[in-house]
Design a protein around this ligand. Sequence first.
Ligand SMILES: [Zn+2]
Length: 378
Amino acid sequence: MSITLSEARVVAPDGIHEGWLTIEDGRITHIGRGAAPGNGHSLSGMHVVPGFVDIHNHGGAGASFPSGDPEGARRAAAFHAGHGTTTMLASLVTASPGDLVSATSALADLCADGVLAGIHFEGPYISAERCGAHDPAQLRAPDREELSGLLKAGRGHVRMLTIAPELPDALDVIRDAAAEGVIAALGHSDATFDQTIAGIEAGGTVATHLFNAMPPLHHRDPGPIAALLQDERVTVELINDGVHMHPAMARLAYEVAGAGRTALITDAMAATGVGDGTYVLGTMRVRVEDGVARLVEGGSIAGSTLTMDVAFRRAVRSVGLSLVEAAEICSLTPARVLGLAARLGSISVGKDADLVVLSDDLEVTGVMKRGEWLTEPR
Ligand SMILES: [Zn+2]
């Protein structure tokens, strides 16, 4: 089956093409400028950007990935797909060994079905000093045996592990993860600059929400931020919601790391798309007020209520990036982190037709995944 989208502003890696694109069997087969050959589905000048790739997401629409409930997980994934996220990891939080194994094996089924692109363990091998909204009672030292059991439960679908590199045996666990094809992400960490460099040398390639849950930049004690931001091997995640960081800090990170090493994430939790109220994140109670999620006990920020379309829009409006740059950090760079950039992450001939249609004010009006409309633009 072939579909032509005409009168589109196609946001491609090399610029914005005013023209058309053709999709056959779920893949992009042609991109052209000017008038489309034959009849197409006119997008009336709307922008088309690549489907968003979210590598850090705990849920939405009232459902939480850490609960391991498959129906809820499908609902959360569908909710985020409605906001343009066509590829996502499901992020678990620190929990008991048994709870982690059961959530992992339940979510692995959804990965096998293509609903999720993989599972991310945020914890339990993280710093008690920087544990944020994670249950301090369940934090533990990095454990190679436990990780190997979790990877078995995940049946090849565990894609990322967030770990604090300064913990005992952390460097061995980072090496194990990297050897198993699991992305080692450094974060929720109280590490020094040197300890962070050691974590990168051991195989750490992602910074879990840079700036959040780590010591701040200090000119005499640069800490993890300076190490992660400057190392060419590391991609930095940013929660660009205006709550977790000031737009000027997002700009600073972008200026240093560039689009090729910056990935916007949501870190969304169950309240996303539902509204204010009381929720749980793992075992922790979270109150959401005015869209800001905080622990009931202690008040730490507890994930976000962000969606990728809002992160994209804020990248343009608050951080000052071009549409091409915003598309790169919302799609191509996170796709590369997942090893999927040959197949998705940009509007390029041969890639999957994962597309988001945006109105002039950058609101989502259409979403396509592998050539099928999830939401058809009007
Ligand atoms: Zn998170």
